[in-house]
Design a protein around this ligand. Sequence first.
Ligand code: G3P
Ligand code: MG
Length: 251
Amino acid sequence: MANFTHNWNYPQLIAHRGAGKLAPENTLSAIRLGAANGFSMMEFDVKLSQDGVPILLHDDDVDRTSNHQGPASDYTYAQLAELDFGAWHSSAYAGEPIASLYSIAHYTIANQIHSNIEIKPSAGREAETGQRIALLAQQLWQAAALPPLLSSFSESSLAAAKQAAPDMPRALLIEAELPSNWQDKLEELGCIGLNVNTRYLTQAQARAIKLAGYTVCVWTVNEAERVRELLDWGCDAIITDRITTIRPDSF
Ligand code: G3P
Ligand code: MG
């Protein structure tokens, strides 16, 4: 049992990668579109360029979401700035630059948008990425109403984030089935709760997590009926791609 209950201080609905699939994922344009659709919290993925600049990118490599190929960690930030991160999506977004954590911090804080920073390290850089992002997020969001929620599948990243900036809220991401020792992991990593995959979560698990005093955020939920069911189960928040049909004002 946790010593106290962790409250979810963030909105109930969160736009996945900024605007789901309606704009090039993990870009400033995507976050603007999510905001224009009424979302006041965004989830986005962050890793480090070769030279240690935090960039928004889901995959290990740039192949799917840019006009070049290769591991993101082989590119310096200046080299990434030469690439097009929008044309793969549609011609309307051609020329979209790589987003850095700096520009996203400026936009979201200026527009009262909350952030869920998913720390998604390149292989072998887990601790470095967790430490760097936690420290930088703490500094960049100093004047924000709420600090960003840091989440990760990587326990090494979360442990490094905890050591670097213990007061920044953290959540452990679970890819598939809930491990039996989830509570031990949350205590060890000092997390407020779990961000779990909708495909695996049961009502009994949701109840157990809440009863233990932790938060439950569920990803990626793209059917309105499932959103209602999860909220009825007591889940705190939902991450969705469907920013035009699953609207914050209808739940
Ligand atoms: O943070 C929730 C979700 O984004 C995790 O999966 O692969 O979309 O980053 P993925
Ligand atoms: Mg993500």
